[in-house]
Write a new protein. Structure first.
Length: 272
């Protein structure tokens, strides 16, 4: 169910899908954040979804092409011309992550949104239309492997709580934050969102026995040897987030300091 960065799917799951366990919503965490921050297009209450879980967390990184001349975070900070970053649109990691990093760290960038997907962004980067993008590392390294291996694309910053093992020498955003506000923006705008990157949810009022069954099935799937082998073969990580943690993250977002919430709304382009 495409449309509005999966917002249509979230609205449908909440308002129209029958709560009988036969319809499961799957949408990006950005729409949840948008609802909490007051996006009028989000016609749902995130705390009333019956969350099932999410298969992985967002390991956000920003990668730039060799032609930009940027080889690390220092050279990016010193860039005289803002680096163009391709993005799909608000609510996606390709848009929200760079916007937060731009606000928190002062990185010189220009976000070019409107691309249909990351495949189009990759093509735009390789043709020189944009200089790179911000994206989940576990997917980027699988789908952009050739350019990364050839040195045509380089990861210059990672927006994760702890550096990825295979990116040990790449700068970590939180360690570059110089103020408490900058740290809070990265924590709430990126790290907290990472737990709800691609959640599965049932409509409100779904019978509790069905909810328990779905949660148990999800957890067993995440541990299934055949499933994990297929994910490893596809070079995709499995780092599941259970329903309780998603509920905790969503609840914490509803208790944001009003000033910080207003700042995030401005950064992410959410109009109440």
């Amino acid at each position: 169910m495409p449309g509005a960065g999966s917002l249509i799917a979230a609205n449908f799951t909440y308002n129209q899908a029958k709560p009988d366990g036969l319809t499961i919503g799957h949408f990006i965490g950005g729409v949840v954040v948008g609802q909490v921050l007051g996006n009028p297009g989000a016609q749902f209450d995130s705390q009333r979804f019956e969350w099932i879980g999410a298969p992985s967390r967002l390991e956000a990184v920003c990668a730039l092409t060799k032609t930009t001349g940027v080889i690390d975070i220092k050279s990016w900070m010193a860039a005289k011309t803002p680096v163009k970053l391709g993005a799909t649109g608000p609510g996606s990691e390709t848009y929200d992550v760079p916007r937060v990093l731009q606000a928190a760290l002062g990185l010189p960038m220009q976000i070019v949104s409107g691309y249909k997907g990351t495949a189009d962004i990759r093509l735009a980067a390789e043709s020189g239309e944009v200089g790179g993008t911000c994206w989940g590392w576990e997917v980027m390294k699988a789908q952009w492997a050739k350019a990364l291996d050839a040195g045509e694309v380089r990861v210059v910053i990672q927006a994760v709580p702890k550096a990825q093992p295979d990116l040990a020498k790449v700068a970590v955003a939180m360690e570059l934050a110089k103020s408490e506000e900058a740290k809070q923006l990265i924590q709430v705008g990126i790290h907290d969102q990472s737990a709800i990157l691609r959640p599965f949810a049932l409509p409100p009022s779904t019978p509790k026995d069905i909810v328990r069954m779905m949660r148990r099935a999800f957890q067993e799937t995440m541990k299934d040897p055949q499933f994990r082998a297929e994910m490893q073969q596809a070079n995709l990580s499995v780092d599941p987030v259970d329903a309780a943690e998603i509920e905790k993250v969503v609840a914490s977002m509803t208790r944001l300091d009003p000033a910080l919430a207003a700042k995030l709304r401005d950064i992410l382009g959410i109009k109440k």
